[in-house]
Design a protein around this ligand. Sequence first.
Ligand code: GGG
Length: 325
Amino acid sequence: MTESVLVVPGDGIGQEVVPAAVDVLSDVADLEFFHAEAGDHVKRETGEALPEETYRRASEADATLFGAAGETAADVILPLREAVGSFANVRPARAYPGVDALRPETDLVFVRENTEGVYSGIESEVAEGVTTLTRVVTEEASRRIAEYGFEYAAENGYDDVTIAHKANVMRTTDGQFLDAAKTVAGERGADYEEALMDALAMHLLLRPEEYGVVICPNLAGDMLSDLAAGLVGGLGLLPSANVGAENALFEPVHGSAPDIAGQGVANPAATVLSGAMLLEHLGYDAEAAAVRGAVEGVLAEGPRTPDLGGDASTEDVTAAIRERL
Ligand code: GGG
């Protein structure tokens, strides 16, 4: 059976790195790609950032490859994650040989709660100059992300699991998140550490080698993974998977990068590595390993895009990855 993959480049450099990843995936697997649009540019043209058709096709496809969200991120990527039933956002951050990383010993995986927290979308202006945000944290979603995180650590050989929270301040919401995650750890007989997310940010910077899987509430996962990108050479290197019970959406951790969009110099590695995660999700394990190997080879020996100190274009790097494949 040929699996169907919905491709949504989104905004800015998404339009450059997603076609690059599709070319690489087409080299190794017999997938049927369908294209759909979403984002700032769609909103400008139609008044709506995420067409209903794109949402529906994401929910029906075997997997979705997404590029980047811009100003309309809340209207695009959050509903698309919902369309695929995603509850976990998996963001590996590892240093690659040959890349000038601040912390070459980094090998972290953020398992981020993907449905609630401060990204629940409940905001209002209650009076002139007074705005509020409702932070939703449920026991069910907290348990589910903890179960996924501990399972991921066990399956992927990570001994260190950290539960990130700020339960000393957000006592009710993060208190619930922490309690649920600790209960799951107890049921599994799993070892873990808990860490206040602000202190964790500093410890990750100073001693990343002491950490493996980090289970996080939604916003903390978004922020800590960007911090970890800084440890390994930048956002051009971090892939991610938005995992649901059956469906999933894959995207680089980076956003639309308007400062370099349209110049043809965006690093395609994060999106190609997201494509490798997509291949694994569809059962193409050997092909995923080959794609990862090709990306690692290019990162080690070049060519490199400007974010990694080189002067190669997106096209040059993509061609080099494909040549290795
Ligand atoms: N490809 C990731 C992306 O588009 N990031 C922009 C953004 O603001 N994302 C919010 C999020 O990941 O929750």
